[in-house]
Write a protein that binds this ligand. Structure first.
Ligand SMILES: N[C@@H](CCC(=O)N[C@@H](CS)C(=O)NCC(=O)O)C(=O)O
Length: 217
């Protein structure tokens, strides 16, 4: 099977991070190609792979899969462990991932992912309000399912965690206030080898997106 994942910059592309983490967690071998965002010709390059015009894109034996959640679902078909085993818990985890995929627009708009940076400016109100909502969701799921041995949203690491991984980075970049439970979750996520691998690569990237960096001040 030939599997190739097209992604954006690791420092900035939150949608790319999610399925990349899933493929890694699933132990699927894949080739990756970074298409640096916002450089001359980047859009044409993405469009040459898919008319969706966005990354991530997964190419599997000639099939073109766009949309981060669809790619994550494909990975879960290869490795069932990417979703909780219990069907009701799985349904909750799917809802958690869908909530992130479709919602929390303010955090996405005003706190763009920027892993290697720390904001100096006061927080953005609408983004903060999203952060409070997310903390409440995290806390509810963690209270129900997390343990010391399984510290993720639904116990074992799942696609739901992949979908909130870029939010963990935003909490750190923009200094979001958080509950003790959320802090513990952030620490668990940051200790995950696949998360660390992506974040380390983000640190060493040379591309700078001035517009995105401007949200820091
Ligand atoms: N709904 C899409 C969103 C993908 C997306 O917006 N990707 C961004 C990078 S993080 C992108 O390709 N931006 C380039 C552009 O829109 O021109 C998904 O879940 O994959």
């Amino acid at each position: 099977m030939s599997v190739k994942l097209y992604i954006g910059n690791k420092n900035y592309s939150s949608w790319s991070m999610r399925p990349w983490l899933c493929l890694k967690k699933a132990g699927i071998e894949f080739e990756e190609e970074i298409i640096p965002l916002d450089v001359p010709g980047f859009k044409e390059k993405i469009l040459s792979v898919s008319s969706a015009g966005t990354v991530p894109i997964l190419e599997v034996d000639g099939a073109i899969i766009t949309e981060s959640l669809a790619i994550a679902e494909w990975a879960a078909e290869q490795a069932k462990s990417l979703w909780p085993i219990d069907s009701l818990v799985r349904a909750e985890a799917r809802a958690a991932a869908s909530l992130m995929h479709a919602g929390f627009g303010s955090i996405r708009e005003h706190w763009p992912m920027n892993i290697r940076s720390k904001a100096t400016a006061p927080h953005h109100e609408a983004a903060l309000a999203d952060a409070v909502k997310i903390d409440a969701f995290w806390s509810g799921w963690l209270e129900k399912y997390a343990t010391d041995e399984k510290p993720f949203l639904f116990g074992d690491w799942s696609i739901a965690d992949a979908f909130y991984a870029p939010v963990v980075t935003r909490f750190q970049t923009y200094g979001a206030p958080r509950s003790d439970r959320a802090q513990k979750y952030i620490e668990a996520m940051e200790a995950e080898p696949v998360f660390r691998e992506w974040a380390a690569a983000a640190q060493t990237e040379e591309w700078v997106l001035k517009d995105t960096d401007s949200y820091l001040t």
